[in-house]
Design a binder for this molecule. Structure first.
Ligand SMILES: *Cc1c(COP(=O)(O)O)cnc(C)c1O
Length: 346
């Protein structure tokens, strides 16, 4: 691995971050706060939130069994994705490599930041080869993006191959585990000690049922997390979100129940899908959605919209010709989808 200084944009390495009123005051005993030009009325919303989200991070770090210094919290994983570009990639000079197809935000963030985005096609089983990704890198490649289980394909990537990639690459590997709660494969979180160039992304948006509160997590070495914290907006995670996330962490048993139910419902939905005349192929899933090749993705998508049912049309995505991505809903919602599709063929 290159040194972190070699991998970081020089201006970010040198940057002295904004210091907020609440950064400078870190004591525990004060009761009169006249430092931040807040309105003294309208408690509790009158106060700025904790910029380092200490209570939330303490609870999360305990559940995830990582040190709080290895946790970054942001406005969705999308903020973490954008920040890694802004910390490490010099616009118009550096590049990143990613599997293809995958989550669209990596490419959007690359383009917003004017960073070249190099795609390496997955194979027919939607697996990747570390060598193929490495072959696409050069001395200006700062980041490699992989996503497991992958979106929109739904499958786990081969974990031995992920490890091989992380060990062989001299830059940073961003592993997006947004759907790991649904997978039987272990998270790479426990491996951060051995893999100092790994950044793991997770989110409250999927298994945790909290897409609306916008909370994403990045886990990495203390030094990488410190760089991300240095350039984030000071109050990037609002007070309502921090409070709701804390209450969700206290209800973690509920998430385990949701995950179990959704995996059962997925199997049910896949079985029903497999019997539909319009289904050409079902791709194996380790997530709360699956990809299906159908006879006519565009026609079926439009038909379902007319029925008030929205799935994701992935027809134009690499390797996903005539594919729909279907999120697992409640039993009732899944039944409505299947009934509508049975009528389509009638
Ligand atoms: C849904 C999803 C996310 C979550 O993004 P948030 O900004 O945290 O809501 C991240 N990565 C992948 C691959 C996803 O599909």
């Amino acid at each position: 691995m290159k040194t972190l200084q070699e991998l970081t944009r020089p201006n970010i390495w040198k940057l002295k971050p904004y210091s907020s009123a609440r950064d400078e005051y870190k004591g525990a005993t004060a009761s009169v706060f006249l430092d931040a030009n807040e309105n003294p009325y309208n408690s509790p919303h009158n106060r700025y939130p904790d910029p380092m989200q200490r209570d939330l991070k303490a609870l999360l770090a305990k559940q995830k069994k990582v040190d709080t210094a290895r946790v970054f919290l942001g406005n969705g994983s999308d903020e973490a994705i954008d920040l890694v570009f802004r910390v490490f990639c010099e616009p118009d000079r550096d590049n990143v490599v990613a599997i293809d197809p995958t989550y669209g935000m990596y490419q959007v963030c690359a383009e917003v930041n004017n960073v070249e985005y190099r795609k390496v096609l997955l194979d027919d089983d939607f697996q990747f080869s570390a060598d193929a990704l490495l072959a696409a890198t050069d001395e200006r490649t700062k980041l490699i993006f992989v996503c497991s289980p992958n979106n929109p394909t739904g499958n786990d990537l081969n974990h031995a191959e992920i490890e091989r990639l992380v060990r062989a690459f001299d830059g940073l590997v961003v592993l997006d585990e947004a759907y790991n709660d649904f997978s039987d494969q272990p998270s790479f979180l426990a491996r951060l000690d051995e893999l100092p160039n790994l950044i793991v992304l997770q989110t409250f948006s999927k298994a945790w049922g909290c897409a609306g509160i916008r909370l994403g997590m990045a886990f990495a070495s203390e030094e990488i997390i410190a760089l991300m914290n240095k350039i984030k907006y000071p109050y990037n995670v609002n007070q309502l979100t921090q409070g709701e996330a804390i209450s969700m962490l206290h209800r973690h048993y509920e998430i385990e129940r949701w995950v179990r139910t959704l995996k059962e419902e997925r199997e049910c939905l896949e079985r029903a899908f497999g019997r539909l005349p319009c289904t050409v192929k079902l791709f194996p899933s380790n997530a709360n959605f699956f990809l299906a090749r159908v006879t006519d993705a565009v026609g079926i998508y439009n038909y379902l919209v007319g029925e008030g049912i929205i799935v994701r049309n992935r027809h134009t995505v690499s390797l996903c010709r005539d594919c729909l991505r279907v999120t697992v809903g409640t039993r009732l919602e899944n039944d409505k989808l299947i009934e509508a599709l049975k009528r389509y063929n009638a």
